[in-house]
Ligand binder design. Structure first.
Ligand SMILES: Cc1ncc(COP(=O)(O)O)c(C=O)c1O
Length: 394
C-alpha cells in the first residue's frame, strides 16, 4: 500500500480538465475588478468577494506601494517576535473602533484568525456550540481545540436551545460560534436570537463577519452595527480578503480576551505576520469605506436589482438577503454545464458543489460589488435568462 495510491485514483479533476469543463483554478490575467481578463478575453466578474470594489482603488494601491517601499515586502517573522510593525498596531486600533470593540488582533489570513482564536479559547473543559453550516475555518478551529463540540441545525434556534439545555447543568465555559452572513447561501444570521439563548444559558457569542464587514450596517461595521449589539456580540472575527481589499484577518473583543488570544493562538504565534503592503491596503480601504458611505448604498442597490432580476426570471435564489445570491441548480453536472455556458458567454461565476453546499443543491454562487455598472448587471441577467431557458433551469 502506497500512501499516494489515493492520488492516482483521484481522476475526476483531470478528466474534467481534459473534457474542457473544469471550473476551478482558472488563471485571471488582470486585477479583480468588475471585468477581468481570462485567456486574453474580457469577462464580467460575478464571483468575487470584492464587495466594495476597492482592490484597484488608486488610494489603496498607492498606500500599499508606499508601505512596501518603506518597510519592504515581508515581515520575516511572527507578530510574537520580530513581525510586529507600528502599522499593525495602527490597523488594530482602527479595526477595534470600526467594529465597536475595545481591542483587535490581526492574523495573516481570516482562516488563521478562526483557527487561532477558536482553538485558543475552547479549552479541554469547555463546550463550543456551532451552526452546521459554519465556514470551514470555524470547523477547523474547533477541530483543533481540546473542547467538546456540539452542532446545531442550521439557523434552527429551537435546536440550539435543545443542545444548550442538554448541557445546562455543566458548569463549564461555553461559546456559540456562527457566521454573521452565511458565505454560500448569502443569508444574515439572526444574531438577536442567538444572543438571547447565549445569555439564558451562560454562553459567549463569537460571530464570523467575513461577509458582513463593509456590507451590513450603514457604515459597513458588520453584525454589531446592523443589529446594534455592541456588548452582546462578545467576539467579532473578520477578514481583509473581501470588502477590505487585501489579505489577512482579525478578531476583536474585550482587551483582556484579545490579550489571551494573542498569547495562546498558535496560528498567530507560529506564522509570519501580514506583510506591510497588505496592512497599509486595509488601512486605506477602511478610510474609504468610512468616508464614502455611498459605496454601501450602491452595493445594496446592485444587490436588490440582481435579487429581483433573478427571482422574476424564476430562478431559485434560496433565502439570500445579501450581495451573495446563489442560483440553485441542483445536480453537480447540471451546475457545471450552466457554468460552462456562462463562461463561454463572458461571465465569470463560481460553481459550488457538496461538501461546500448540501447534497443535490449545487449552486452558481453569484456575488456583487458596489462598482458593477447597470450595463454589466443587465448583461448578466440576459445571459442567465437565455442559458437558464436552454438548460431547462427556468
Ligand atoms: C465566512 C468566512 N470565514 C473565514 C474565511 C477565511 O478568510 P480568508 O480568506 O481571509 O482566509 C472566509 C473566506 O472564504 C469566509 O467566507
Amino acid at each position: 500500500m502506497d500512501i499516494f495510491d489515493k492520488c492516482h485514483h483521484f481522476t475526476r479533476a483531470r478528466e474534467a480538465v481534459k473534457e474542457g469543463w473544469y471550473p476551478y483554478f482558472r488563471p485571471i490575467q488582470s486585477g479583480p475588478g468588475t471585468r477581468v481578463k481570462v485567456d486574453g478575453r474580457e469577462m464580467i466578474m460575478i464571483g468575487s468577494n470584492n464587495y466594495m470594489g476597492l482592490t484597484g482603488h488608486p488610494k489603496v494601491v498607492e498606500a500599499s506601494v508606499a508601505a512596501t517601499k518603506k518597510y519592504g515586502t515581508g515581515c520575516t517573522g511572527s507578530r510574537f517576535l520580530n513581525g510586529t510593525l507600528d502599522i499593525h498596531l495602527e490597523l488594530e486600533e482602527r479595526l477595534a473602533r470600526f467594529v465597536g470593540k475595545e481591542a483587535a488582533l490581526c492574523f495573516s489570513t481570516g482562516f488563521q484568525a478562526n483557527l487561532g482564536a477558536i482553538s485558543a479559547l475552547v479549552g479541554k473543559d469547555d463546550i463550543v456550540f456551532v451552526d452546521r453550516e459554519n465556514h470551514a475555518s470555524i470547523v477547523d478551529g474547533y477541530r483543533l481545540s481540546f473542547g467538546k463540540v456540539v452542532k446545531y441545525r442550521h439557523n434552527d434556534f429551537a435546536d440550539l436551545e435543545r443542545v444548550l439545555q442538554l448541557h445546562a447543568d455543566e458548569d463549564v465555559g461555553k461559546m456559540i460560534v456562527t457566521d454573521g452572513v452565511f458565505s454560500m447561501e448569502g443569508t444574515i444570521a439572526h444574531i438577536p436570537q442567538i444572543v438571547e439563548l447565549a445569555r439564558k444559558y451562560g454562553a459567549r457569542v463569537y460571530v464570523d463577519d467575513a461577509h458582513a464587514l463593509g456590507v451590513l450596517g450603514k457604515r459597513g461595521g458588520g453584525s454589531i452595527e446592523y443589529w446594534n449589539m455592541p456588548d452582546d456580540i462578545d467576539l467579532v472575527m473578520g477578514t481583509f480578503s473581501k470588502s477590505l481589499a487585501s489579505l489577512g484577518g482579525f478578531v476583536a473583543g474585550d482587551a483582556v480576551v484579545i490579550d489571551y488570544i494573542k498569547h495562546h493562538a498558535r496560528s498567530l504565534i507560529f506564522s509570519a505576520s501580514m506583510p506591510p503592503g497588505a496592512v497599509a491596503a486595509v488601512i486605506a480601504a477602511l478610510e474609504i469605506i468610512e468616508s464614502e458611505p455611498e459605496r454601501i448604498e450602491r452595493l445594496w442597490k446592485n444587490t436588490q436589482k440582481m435579487k429581483e432580476g433573478f427571482d422574476s426570471l424564476g430562478f431559485n435564489t434560496g433565502e439570500s438577503n445579501t450581495p451573495i445570491i446563489p442560483i440553485v441548480v441542483g445536480e453537480d453536472d447540471d451546475c457545471f454545464t450552466f457554468w460552462k455556458a456562462l463562461f463561454d458567454n463572458g461571465i465569470f461565476v463560481n460553481p459550488a458543489i457538496p461538501p461546500a453546499v448540501p447534497p443535490h443543491q449545487a449552486i452558481l454562487r453569484t456575488s456583487y460589488m458596489a462598482t458593477h455598472s447597470d450595463d454589466e448587471l443587465e448583461y448578466v441577467l440576459e445571459m442567465f435568462k437565455k442559458i437558464g431557458k436552454q438548460l431547462g433551469v427556468i
